[in-house]
Design a protein around this ligand. Sequence first.
Ligand code: FAD
Ligand code: NDP
Length: 451
Amino acid sequence: MTQHFDYDLMVIGAGSGGVRAARKSAEMGARVAVVEEAALGGTCVNVGCIPKKLYVYASEYAAAWREAEGFGWRAEGVSFDWETLRDNKTKEIARLNAIYGRLLEAPGVEIIEGHGRLTGAQTVAVGDKTYRAEKILLATGTWPALPDIPGIELALTSNEIFDLPRFPERLLIIGGGYIATEFASIFSGLGANVVQSYRGDLFLRGFDHDVRQFLAEEMRKAGVDLRFNHHVTALESGASGSITAHLSDGEAVFDAVLCATGRRPNIRQLGLEHTAVSLSDSGYLVVNEHFQTAEPSIYALGDMTGGWELTPVAIGEAMAFSQTQFAGNPQSMDYGCIPTAVFSQPPIGTVGLTEEAAEAAGHHITVYQSTFRPLKHTVSGSEERTMMKLIVDANTDRVLGAHMVGTDAGEICQGLGIALKMGATKADFDRTVGIHPTAAEEFVTMRTPRS
Ligand code: FAD
Ligand code: NDP
């Protein structure tokens, strides 16, 4: 390290990307500090993936109790207590915050609490102190974006929904992306009456069309009131804390409104104006393949640079960053075949190209598709069905995309992600022996192309 710098690397933001970059760079011998204004672990640990998945688990029990009856169980007197779930979640997150602290401290990362602000290309101010760092990494993530609707200040975002003092029996959700769809299933599963309002023809834009349509049918069967081509025009306070929503199809009263209409880079008072860092038209930080911004000493990664806003992507970028900067091993992130799941009920698992994207890319494709009632539900009494789809390049036989809606779709598609990454062909899938009886075996037994 050059003597007049306090650190080799200063990271602003201790979320998925920032923590990994700070830890790994320190393990490689760099002197590192990380600045965090909220809780360690960022969005994923505190108000994202982890508490969300705990709530998904909680909400799955309602259907499980009902289904158990088909197998001879009598689940009488079953009830749900929101406060217990919320408080147990909070305890678990506190445990994880402490683990993140230890993970940073072990290799010697200094944790600086407070809001980090750039004051120059190599200086960061936190409160009344200014630090000099040879390199600065921005990993401040994104923040919920709210539409311009009268009364929108009455709506909650995903930041608040986890810690509601009372369970909302009537919930309106605005949006048709990952967050809106996951929370519609969570709160419906927990017993709320949920209306999900989406402005377009069909939610989850960007996912395979058949997947979107199939999930819509399944969510409706499970009791979510999905409304497409639907708009919320205004929100107003009603009696005893309720909210009256003015909707394109009338007016209705809710206990809470969740607005999940996308997120924007968290660059509030970050001091970018003191640097040459540039933003794209949509407001994300522009970086090169080594995460370097237009200001050579400043780097950025994770959600604030756009693209795949997923924890494993932020972590992968951080690993590549540390290797490049502090291990003399230049690496860039490989964005091909990133698997992802929507933890709706039933969940979506997907990897590779959708049918529409494969066609748009000029592939001549063959599609294999299967819809079936899972074995469990032949006895459970549940009407839930499962759907699987493979997109195959008809010329090369390579599997371009694998998509599923059904129990454990995320778990199943993680494995398929390896196969697709390795360039598996449909013939490779066909010569793979299934595990019987599972739903997943359908992926290796679909033989007849969809007509
Ligand atoms: P973040 O994790 O957002 O971290 C940014 C950190 O910077 C925060 O701790 C913030 O407090 C801090 N910060 C911001 N500005 C400053 C400043 N000026 N000074 C100091 N500190 C600052 N992804 C998945 O892969 N799977 C999921 O199931 C999933 N579920 C999600 C559910 C929800 C409700 C949400 C909102 C997101 C979910 N995500 C999920 C996305 C995932 O959380 C993000 O992709 C990931 O957290 C991005 O990491 P990051 O490091 O870019 O930013
Ligand atoms: P998304 O981008 O997924 O969805 C935003 C939704 O809001 C879209 O349906 C969009 O509609 C709609 N919308 C946008 N602007 C308006 C508006 N002005 N009025 C009405 N509707 C509007 O964002 P999310 O907030 O759901 O999630 C953010 C990101 O977090 C995700 O993209 C994902 O990367 C990550 N995430 C990942 C999860 C996972 O891995 N399971 C879970 C949760 C989040 P339209 O499509 O018409 O533009």
